[in-house]
Ligand binder design. Structure first.
Ligand code: NAG
Ligand code: NAG
Length: 214
């Protein structure tokens, strides 16, 4: 299914605004549904399979519990997953981690890739600044991602937004380095999983992944 990008970006902006509003005051999102440890996974799966932009309230319920991430992140990655067939991605291991290139010939999609990577790099930075997150900001049900955010301070990302000769966005080039063997193994496992997301879209996104042996 293809989501029109204008609609998607508008939606992302609207959802982000709502999220910000919710953070300012003790609104319904702050009061929130009672946290049930098992709830995250069920909700994440429901969202993914139900596809898309369900009611904003539904998306917000997952935020703050490490289940699905912020609503504005969700809107972006739903767009990427739905259009995964138009995304190409390559990665290779390097001495200290990986390098990757993720691209689309569709410029709007290329911009969405850039936005997604900027969001995720920001989330990783935020965790690194606190010496790693014990509660991951997203995919709290997926051991590989839990470990990536737990070791965020051992992982360095260098992101370059790429453009073509006309100056149009084409995607991102990423260099990722791990300070430890464990972090380097995580970077490689994570790169492979991201490629799987790009190849298979929503179906891949529902799966949990093991932490690699360093
Ligand atoms: C650059 O990308 C845009 C959008 O994808 C495309 O229309 C244009 O032809 C590309 N230009 C070159 C020189 O590749
Ligand atoms: C890449 O583009 C995104 C989306 O426009 C932006 O948020 C981000 O800051 C850019 N990243 C870099 C490294 O310039």
């Amino acid at each position: 299914m293809r989501i029109p990008f204008a609609a998607l970006l508008l939606l992302a902006a609207a959802v982000a605004t709502r999220g910000a509003a919710a953070q300012r005051g003790p609104g319904p999102a702050a009061a929130g549904p009672a946290a049930s440890p098992g709830g995250g996974m069920g909700m994440a799966m429901g969202m993914g399979m139900g596809m898309g932009m369900g009611p904003g309230g539904g998306m917000m319920m997952g935020s703050g519990r490490g289940a699905m991430g912020k609503p504005e992140w969700m809107a972006v990655w739903q767009g990427l997953l739905s259009n995964h067939a138009q995304i190409s991605r390559d990665w290779r291991p390097t001495a200290k981690g990986i390098e990757s290139q993720t691209k689309s010939n569709d410029e709007r999609l290329a911009r969405l890739i850039q936005l997604h990577v900027a969001q995720m790099a920001g989330a990783l930075d935020a965790c690194a600044a606190q010496g790693g997150c014990q509660q991951p900001p997203l995919r709290g049900w997926d051991p590989l991602f839990v470990e990536v955010f737990r070791r965020a301070n051992e992982i360095k990302l260098k992101v370059t937004n790429t453009t073509n000769a006309t100056g149009d966005a084409t995607g991102v080039a990423v260099q990722e380095e791990g300070a430890t063997d464990a972090a380097r193994a995580l970077a490689r496992a994570h790169a492979a999983v991201v490629s799987d997301f790009a190849r298979r879209g929503h179906a891949a996104m529902m799966e949990a992944h093991e932490v690699p042996k360093a």
